[in-house]
Design a protein. Structure first.
Length: 322
């Protein structure tokens, strides 16, 4: 018997049980505890500030809710309640295949842990995930979308086999110019990127602290570059850990689209602000469509751009439906 379209559709996933994590924020320096709860289908990823009144506490992890993107990604709601440094946790949820989760947190910043996504990912995978009743979707980029700032850029390009290409360039000899290109395949990305840590420069630390940044940064959660030296005991986890972490940041930031994006991602000297602008341009220009995720080996009939546009209007994670 021929399989139906519904039989071939991948379903949404949530956690099999809750996950608890405590630690200090890399920028605020405040100790915070959070619990990642399973959530119902079509909820997406939401944060709940348990230290704020219930009527003000809910924040949807969505590109339109980015309120600041300086050194980290911070999202907020209409009441002015925010959560900072969400990108590593969001990357871990995306790499674990989690579509729906409610993150209860008692402070203004996600714990830094070791500065990578790996501690979150380990806990999520230990808890496990479960299939849900509703279909999962992918955002299909229909035409190139790009944002530039000087010689820096980030770009999404239509692709049937998505890849990520990133180049960074720092004057510090310990970093320099590094490039990486990798296929968007979750097991590969978990193995090659998840444990790449955030990094900072010793010469900038005092200046950043005066501005209210990096108050909790130390060598337990940051790769510290001091001239041409790495201060951390044990050195780097990868020879090119710096650029790998930038790819990890991109995965977390782009997950604010609401669904995985099917496109090549290319960047030169990317950053959180550029990612926020890229998602804004993608959706404001309508350069995308929405399709259910199919099982490997299953091909949809040819779909015209008008079909993509019609599907996009039904995006149940759109701002209008929240």
């Amino acid at each position: 018997m021929t399989s139906t379209f519904e039989d071939r559709t991948i379903r949404q996933r949530t956690l099999a049980r809750e996950v608890q994590v405590c630690g200090k924020g890399i920028h605020t320096g405040r100790r915070v505890c959070m619990t990642i709860h399973p959530a119902e289908p079509d909820v997406g990823i939401c944060f709940l500030r348990s230290d704020r009144p219930t009527s003000q506490s809910l924040i949807l992890a969505r590109w339109s809710n980015v309120v600041r993107a300086e050194l980290s990604t911070e999202i907020g709601n209409a009441a002015g309640v925010t959560v900072r440094t969400v990108e590593h946790l969001l990357a871990a949820l995306r790499l674990a295949g989690v579509d729906n989760a409610l993150i209860e947190i008692d402070g203004p910043e996600v714990p830094a842990m070791d500065g990578s996504a790996a501690p979150f990912l380990r806990r999520i995978e230990h808890a496990g995930t479960v299939e849900q009743s509703m279909p999962a979707y992918t955002i299909v980029v229909l035409r190139p979308v790009e944002v530039r700032a000087g010689n820096r850029f980030v770009r999404l390009t239509p692709s049937l086999i998505p890849r990520l290409f990133v180049t960074i360039d720092f004057p510090h000899t310990a970093v320099g110019m590094q490039s990486v290109g990798v296929l968007w395949e979750r097991n590969l990305l978990k193995r090659e990127l998840a444990s790449a840590r955030t990094f900072g420069f010793a010469a900038d630390h005092a200046k950043l602290m005066k501005k209210g940044h990096a108050l909790g940064a130390d060598m337990d959660n940051t790769v510290v570059v001091d001239g041409d030296q790495i201060r951390n005991v044990g050195g780097l986890r990868y020879r090119d850990e710096f650029v790998r972490h930038k790819v990890l940041d991109a995965i977390g930031d782009l997950s604010l689209a609401g669904w995985p994006i099917r496109a090549d991602y290319e960047a030169f000297k990317p950053g959180h602000a550029l990612h926020a602008q890229l998602l804004s341009r993608l959706f404001e220009q309508g350069a995308y469509g929405l399709l259910p995720v199919e099982e490997p080996g299953f091909s949809y009939p040819a779909v015209r751009a008008t079909r993509f546009a019609a599907a996009a209007r039904q995006l149940h994670h759109s701002d209008a439906s929240v």
